[in-house]
Design a protein around this ligand. Sequence first.
Ligand SMILES: [Zn+2]
Length: 397
Amino acid sequence: MPNLLIADVRPWGGEARDLLIADGRIREVRPTGTDPDGVEARIDGRGLLAVPGFVNAHAHVDKSWWGMPWVPFGGDRGSTQGRIAHERAVRDGLGIPSLSSTVAVLREFLRHGTTAVRSHVDVDLGVGLRGIETVREAVAELGGAIDVEIVAFPQDGVVRRPGVLELLDRAAAAGAEHIGGLDPASIDRDPVAQLDGLFEIAVRRDVGIDIHLHDGAELGAFQLELIAERTVAAGRQGRVNIAHGFALGDLGPGRRAELVARAAEAGLTWTTVAPVRTSPLPWREMRESDVAVGLGTDGIRDLWSPYGDGDLLAIAQTFARLHGLVDEAELTYAMELATRRAGRFVGRREHDLVPGARADLVLLDAENVPDAVVRRPVRELVVAGGRVVAERGEVLV
Ligand SMILES: [Zn+2]
């Protein structure tokens, strides 16, 4: 890959700088003016705002019907169990998981500037590990332009479906970075058995755990305590994530503070897709306690919801609106959640516009970061691993 100079950009809205990129990484952040020796390709950044590539910390890239004729919404809309049953009933007939839809979703991510993803991928008695194979094939088809970490996700339950723990174990052995869980109380109706099963595999295979927890209020809080206890006992601090965790938004201030402290002590991380009609998370307390928060799109255009276009900046904006973020520091924080604070969700120590980091960046025609969050301008240029992968909304891979 030739040494690339992206000249005259404003990292995080600051002064104009040139970014020298070599071997897919940022080599140097330089004052603008003279090009260094050895530059083989040059892009004029025209003074655009530069931010790191967006990190989608909670996606389901295997589930979508993107690119297929419109699929009408059906099934029981009211409950998680109803949605699971509907998905299982019609998924095969639509050819889901589909390689072409998975590629299409990943292309939508790239178009909008997302360069790294943590995707849950269904693992169940019907589909086995075929979804994971499909996602790996899709990533390969895009030439590695987008980085995808996999959570082997037991969407249909764990202990209520004998054989699923063995599938999760096989997925972990075959390279899935995390295994998932799902509402241990309301789906499996046996939270201790589900969690003990997941932690046993995670410790033995040295993989992360990422648990969808929709259960609200005290039922959710009870499971958060069980998860925190097991995380500490197994020494898995920093390796266990809660997805949604709506309970935290439901509880009164005292109980909520207690749970944030438990989460911090256990090194739990949190991902949210900032859904409308949910209670805000206590984001200030979480930030003060170092409970890392990542943003995600969740599934887009799938049997769970027709919504979503894969734009993580839109999720940052929704997060900001849901949580009442309005001043410059707060709006910048929303952008940080979508970018440099999210590296840990995709296995990166550093994810920023600094020397040594993977050269993932997005250029936007915006005055500053708050302007970009509230206006969501077109992504002028998207660079992933030092390669231009999208320009003005057109995907080049
Ligand atoms: Zn999800």
